[in-house]
Design a protein around this ligand. Structure first.
Ligand code: GLC
Length: 755
């Protein structure tokens, strides 16, 4: 007995001593869930609420600390869980973490930033990357962004944006992956995996964030922040799949959205955040509001005041408050006095946030992302520039190439390079560029390869490259036309670089008229009137309307915003060092009046309208119903022939599969890549079904003359959809199989029956 007493006394002293040294939540030998629970038990309500509170740093380069002393004190008191928009790299992040380490429980900060298409090395804007249909390249782009960002102290990006969008008037269309749920879901997964890396605690990974949940891309009339109204079937069939894919790829966080969905602001939507995301999809991460979106529920007319908005948000499943100051001011009284929010709701939200902090290793080393040597190396890695250049060239869509005007010869005697974007540097970055907004110390003239630089360096030394701006991006001044015409007259071929400015797409950049701004179309007409062969480069973040150019210019490259290697990538494609292989990830309309226009539409009872035969058909009197350029469209400098389509069988049941095979041959003289697309049509359903849906694709490389066998496997999940009762499944019946080089350029077809 005595021995046991002595032993237990020793054990008691030992555990008291060890308690003094390392509390359980800091003990790396303990499971994360147990560390979370141990920490939660120790936290006061104020400290718990602090974890749900996120502030933005001052975007300016002001130093030494946050924009006012108030936050500094709050961080020390453990009342801040996360910061975003920190400039100044590891040095500054280290100072913020130092403040957090002075708090009672030493809970480190999450450091968030919109790392959307690169940190310093800037990749093409996301919609441009989507045009590559190259999932490995897209994943590598996100990977490099994470390597650079994590080296500067950032451990969380508010990306990928996975909003489906069918309306190019919406400026944020540039942030997503286009109109198709299948392609956008695969791209969402590639980006989540690229950002987060293989292990949650990889020091070169950053937490990703699937946003904006949900259906923000369907803002009425393409007007940013506008209401969204859609059937639940459309929500589930079209807008939710990329979010579900991101969730299944273990995305660390979600961000909800500014819009109201069917009358309920997404930030306050229990249906979205608790029923679907945390309920049906069993999401274990946390949800952050969009900037101020909790408070905006007052403006929506959904909450009386900030306190009411805060209650509605956290009860609906919004875990962290970005810049509404609602949780930090009102959650304590909502829990303790008003008893509107039960402490278990707060605990669940805090648990989710803390779990992420443990998973990424922040408790084991709050400074693990603050390594100035790593920062220097990561931000000056030539391999990153190479990857950005390759990604950019893969993103360029060859829309037209009459008489094979392209590729140009490097020994062309004289090339006229004309237009307002030729010599620009920063414009090539597009919107959501870290360099543009946060890195004023970067010399953009050196760091960004302008289109002029790229073409000049590529042409033979004795070739001449002449320049004229011609006009500005916006405005009605045509005084530069004469000089441009004179340059064109001296040239053997003219390359015109036109389009929008980088800030005509992105957040709060909706346009009701998506034609070429200013007098740029007039400039193209004036240059074409010289009779010289003309190539047009169109720089923008969205689909534009440019019918005259599309009808009259022999060669058109859609160059989007290609990032810090833009000039090199454009030169690579212009002169044929890279054979373009990109395909449009969304539909280009002829007229803004056609919007929304998308390829996977229903047939209606009166299809087939043409520009002459439209009476009593679903069409217009004044414009064709067909798109200007179709989803999946993109040419190559070579040609591809599709042949020998075979189906392994003509019937299947829901547990079987059909193998579709065909041969693709490169019949031209250039090696190149082709995106072979598989579309299916469910002919009859309990609800009408789209005329076609992308269900698979293969991007293959073929040498000139080479033939490759391409195979797709049709399984039941490719036949499923949501019926009128929102039940997900397939229905027996006949299906058309279409193999195409675009959604309109269908090369081969067959059919099968699901029994
Ligand atoms: C913005 C955007 C969101 C972004 C956030 C933080 O308003 O809607 O996409 O991640 O605020 O910058």
């Amino acid at each position: 007995m005595k021995k046991i007493f002595i032993l237990s006394l020793i054990a008691g002293c030992l555990c008291a001593a060890c308690e003094q040294q390392t509390p359980r939540y800091l003990d790396t030998t303990v499971s994360i869930d147990n560390r979370v629970e141990d920490l939660l038990k120790r936290m006061t309500l104020a400290e718990k609420i602090g974890q749900l509170n996120q502030y933005s740093d001052d975007v300016s380069d002001s130093y030494p600390m946050l924009r006012n002393d108030y936050y500094v004190q709050e961080i020390k008191e453990g009342k801040v869980g996360s910061l975003l928009n920190i400039t100044g790299g590891t040095k500054r992040v280290r100072e913020y973490q130092n403040l957090a380490m002075q708090s009672r429980l030493k809970i480190p900060l999450l450091i968030g930033l919109d790392v959307v298409h690169g940190y310093k090395t800037t990749f093409p804007t996301p919609l441009a990357e989507a045009a590559s249909w190259d999932l490995d390249a897209i994943k590598l782009s996100a990977r490099i962004a994470a390597v650079e960002a994590s080296a500067t102290g950032v451990n969380w990006t508010f990306a990928p944006m996975v909003d489906i969008c069918r309306d190019p008037r919406w400026g944020r269309i540039m942030e997503g992956a286009g109109e198709d749920p299948y392609l956008a879901s695969l791209i969402a997964v590639a980006r989540v995996q690229g950002f987060q890396g293989d292990k949650a605690d990889a020091v070169d990974g950053i937490m990703a964030c699937a946003k904006h949940f949900a259906a923000y891309g369907a803002a009425l009339a393409g007007r940013d922040y506008n209401s969204v109204d859609m059937s639940l079937r459309t929500l589930w069939d079209t807008y939710l799949p990329p979010f579900k894919a991101a969730c299944e790829a273990n995305v660390a966080t979600f961000m909800n959205s500014f819009n109201d969905l069917n009358g309920i602001p997404a930030t306050g939507s229990r249906y979205l955040q608790r029923d679907i995301l945390k309920g049906q999809w069993k999401f274990q991460g946390f949800v952050v509001s969009d900037w101020g979106s909790i408070g905006e529920m007052i403006t929506h007319g959904y909450a009386k005041n900030s306190k009411d908005a805060s209650a509605k948000a956290i009860l609906a499943g919004n875990d962290m408050d970005m810049e509404s100051y609602g949780y930090i001011r009102f959650l304590d009284t909502l829990v303790t006095d008003d008893k509107i929010v039960d402490i278990t709701v707060v605990d669940d939200a805090v648990r989710r946030v803390l779990r992420k902090k443990f998973e990424i290793g922040l408790f084991d080393d709050p400074y693990r992302y603050c390594d100035e040597e790593r920062e220097k190396a990561a931000l000056n890695n030539p391999e990153h520039a190479k990857a950005a250049r390759s990604m950019a060239a893969k993103s360029i869509v060859l829309l037209k190439n009459d008489n094979n005007l392209l590729p140009l010869s490097k020994s062309t005697k004289t090339v006229g390079f004309i237009g307002p974007l030729v010599k620009e540097h920063k414009q090539n970055l597009g919107a959501w560029s870290i360099v543009d907004v946060f890195m004023s110390d970067v010399n953009c003239e050196e760091f960004i390869v302008s289109q002029w630089d790229g073409v000049r360096q590529r042409m033979d030394a004795d070739s001449k490259l002449l320049y004229a701006k011609g006009c500005e991006i916006e405005g009605d001044d045509t005084s530069g036309f004469a000089e441009a015409i004179a340059v064109a007259r001296q040239s053997d071929v003219v390359v015109l670089s036109i389009g929008e400015s980088k800030l005509m797409t992105g957040e709060a950049r909706s346009r009701s008229d998506i034609s070429l701004p200013g007098v740029q179309e007039e400039l193209v007409k004036a240059i074409c009137a010289t009779g010289k062969p003309v190539v047009v480069l169109i720089n923008t973040g969205r689909p534009l309307i440019f019918n005259w150019v599309a009808d009259n210019v022999p060669a058109i490259l859609y160059t989007w915003w290609l990032g810090s290697q833009a000039g090199n990538a454009i030169a690579d494609v212009l002169f044929g060092d890279v054979n373009p292989s990109a395909k449009l990830p969304l539909t280009f309309p002829r007229s803004v009046g056609q919007i929304p226009l998308y390829y996977n539409h229903f047939n209606t009872g009166r299809p087939g309208a043409t520009d002459t035969d439209y009476v009593f058909k679903s069409g217009y009197m004044d414009v064709r119903t067909s798109p200007r350029f179709a989803f999946g469209h993109g040419l190559s400098y070579t040609d591809f022939q599709y042949a020998d389509l075979k189906l392994s069988k003509k019937t299947m049941n829901s547990s079987e599969q059909i193998t579709v095979s065909l041969n693709v041959t490169n019949t031209g003289k250039y090696a190149g890549e082709e995106v072979v697309q598989l579309y299916l049509r469910d002919r009859i359903g309990s609800v009408v079904r789209p005329v076609k849906e992308l269900k698979d694709f293969k991007k293959i490389h073929l040498q000139a003359g080479e033939t490759k066998l391409v195979e797709f496997v049709i399984t039941n999940d490719k036949l499923c959809f949501y019926n009128d009762l929102l039940q997900y499944g397939s229905e027996a019946g006949e299906f058309d199989v279409m193999i195409g080089s675009s959604s309109e350029d269908i090369r081969l077809g067959d059919a099968f029956e699901l029994k």
